[in-house]
Design a protein around this ligand. Structure first.
Ligand SMILES: [Zn+2]
Length: 450
């Protein structure tokens, strides 16, 4: 009775509250599924415990250096600012621990309470099993999970960031951002989801290759149109005004043969005191964007070095390489879902009925479970990804140094930004290994001054 609706672990949990069904008949099947449930549970707990442990390790490390500015930073940061960076780091870590714990409890609850198969069953009974309602189910679970996250996002912005003077977001902007995000999901995400599900029915066993191709094409299109269509929905972009800075940056673009039509300033200060710079789009659509906060904080030579670093990412083909990895990631993800969608044990472990065949309704549970569980495994690979991304940062720094003929402007820029952003100056190496996509300030300075 593998395919029967109630031969699953979630039923075991439910059955303790209801006496109507004879549990013992299903026990042998339940026992066979137990190892898979235990593996899933261990993976979820291992991640939560791993994250909490890393956080504590880092907090202790930061506190051990808290009383006195470490000698390497004495000329760039004063004692009160350093103290504030320590407090900011600790506050963020503690908040992060709460979120980690909440996420783990929620995930365990979702997976083992039987609520997902129950909701899926109700949804199918009410709306049917064709592509649109199935896309609707996945979309609704996505919306529900982002609603659950709203109080945390609110707290992070209006309490935590606010306490350290970074929050400049108004409640109106915050609410509008969420609404715009939701609208974009409805207009772009939902049709994509429906198309992917339709491909299962159209293309059969190889659906995942088609689905991956469609998602990758969609991502490329998004990269292309985002600067012109999506980003202006959230921020105002104005061309960098005429003057010495503009001349200097365009001269740099020309010197490095980096064709760009415009250098624009984004009103990042609308949301936060943090600062950044980036470029978006391809080829002739490309534009360089500087946060207004960055322009306000850095001297001209420092801004030039930051831009040189960004150009370095492009010249060293990091963008193309990252795109390649993201394509590989999408393909792997869909291959995994397609494989899981053929595993009866996977469905039964989490209480879903298993049906073979290439229909949207047969694959949707695998997609949902994969989306919920992928992070528990992916987390352990983050140090590997970061080793790679940090190598890119070193290469971009070296490019900036070579272009500027001097490491000092970039060193000064990095120091200023680190202090302004109250970045943790003394992260534990293991912690930074898991969470930092960029090398620490000290590591970058050392590499630049070699
Ligand atoms: Zn970079």
């Amino acid at each position: 009775m593998w395919g029967a609706g109630q031969t699953h672990l979630a039923f075991l949990v439910q059955s303790t509250f209801t006496t109507a069904s004879p549990t013992h008949e299903f026990l042998p099947e339940l026992m066979a599924l137990l190892p898979f449930a235990i593996i899933a549970l261990v993976l979820i707990l291992a991640r939560a415990i791993g994250e909490s442990w890393l956080s504590r390790l880092n907090q202790r490390y930061v506190q051990a250096h808290a009383d006195e500015v470490p000698s390497a930073f004495r000329e760039m940061v004063d004692q009160p600012t350093y103290r504030r960076s320590v407090n900011y780091t600790l506050a963020k870590s503690r908040f992060g621990e709460v979120v980690t714990l909440f996420d783990a409890v929620l995930l365990i609850g979702l997976l083992f309470s039987g609520v997902l198969p129950w909701a899926f069953g109700k949804f199918m009974a009410a709306f049917g099993t064709s592509v649109l309602p199935m896309a609707g189910f996945l979309f609704a679970t996505g919306v529900a999970s982002s609603i659950v996250g709203l109080p945390f996002a609110w707290y992070a912005q209006f309490k935590l960031e606010d306490r350290f003077g970074f929050n400049t977001t108004t409640v109106k902007t915050w609410v509008l951002d969420r609404l715009k995000g939701f609208l974009l999901a409805v207009l772009l995400g939902f049709p994509l989801l429906a198309l992917v599900l339709k491909l299962i029915e159209w293309t059969g066993p190889n659906w995942w290759i088609w689905a991956a191709a469609v998602v990758i094409a969609f991502q490329l299109l998004l990269l292309l149109i985002a600067p012109a269509v999506i980003m202006p929905l959230f921020n105002k972009f104005t061309p960098l005004p005429e003057g010495s800075l503009r001349e200097r940056l365009f001269a740099l673009a020309q010197r490095t043969e980096f064709p760009t039509r415009s250098i624009e300033v984004m009103d990042g200060s609308k949301r936060s005191g943090h600062s950044n710079a980036f470029f978006t789009g391809f080829g002739r659509f490309r534009k360089i964007v500087l946060f207004d906060t960055l322009v306000a904080q850095l001297a001209e030579s420092e801004l030039e070095s930051v831009l040189a670093h960004e150009i370095g990412h492009c010249k060293k083909r990091h963008v193309v390489k990252l795109l390649g990895v993201s394509i590989a990631g999408v393909l792997t993800g869909f291959a995994a879902v397609a494989w899981l969608a053929r595993q009866q044990w996977f469905y039964c472990t989490f209480g879903f009925e298993y049906h073979a065949g290439f229909a949207a309704a047969n694959v949707v549970p695998a997609m949902l479970l994969f989306a919920l569980l992928a992070g528990t495994i992916g987390f352990w690979f983050s140090p590997l990804v970061h080793i790679w991304s940090r190598r890119f940062e070193y290469e971009a720094d070296a490019f900036a140094r070579a272009t500027m003929g001097d490491a000092q402007p970039l060193v000064q820029a990095l120091r200023k930004l680190t202090v302004r952003n109250l970045s943790n100056l003394t992260p534990h190496p293991l912690y930074s290994g898991f969470y930092y996509s960029h090398p620490t300030l000290l590591e970058r300075e050392r590499a630049l001054e070699e």
